[in-house]
Design a protein. Structure first.
Length: 143
């Protein structure tokens, strides 16, 4: 990029990059340089423009996390979905363990109760007394 000689040394440089770029992405960046003078306006032919392709590198972990939350990729959505499923499965596992522990305690209590009282009471059936047959014979007379 070359700009012809000027009396002023001061330049205005504008860098335009996309705001939704994530770490590791290749993005186009436009650099524009124009003379900076407050007393006169320079025509457009004195403005130099250069387009570059740059790789975004975010070194701060906090900035990287903020960038991923504000501009999520497909892989970020997948990781978020798996994390939600793992949290849900963890809660279900804990509830299931509590239910199983309660059922085992109930079974142990019933088992201990059955072992403490091994005698089983059997109800005896009442016997029906049959009257003597001789008593009936005395009442009947044959003619």
């Amino acid at each position: 990029m070359e700009i012809g000689p000027f009396e002023e040394v001061t330049f205005r440089i504008r860098v335009s990059a996309p705001s939704d770029a994530n770490n590791g992405d290749r993005v186009p960046v436009v650099v524009k340089a124009s003379p900076f003078a407050t007393d006169q306006a320079w025509p457009e032919e004195f403005t130099a423009e250069l387009s570059l392709v740059m790789v975004v590198d975010i070194s701060s972990i906090i900035d990287l996390l903020v960038n991923e939350v504000t501009h999520p990729r497909g892989s970020t959505w997948i990781v978020l979905g798996v994390a939600v499923l793992l949290v849900f499965a963890g809660f279900q596992s804990r509830l299931s363990r509590q239910r199983v522990a309660a059922q085992m305690a109930l079974l142990d209590a019933l088992s201990n109760e059955m072992q403490a009282e091994p005698s089983i009471e059997v109800e005896s059936t009442p016997t029906i007394e049959t009257p003597d047959e001789d008593a009936f014979d005395d009442d009947i007379e044959l003619v």
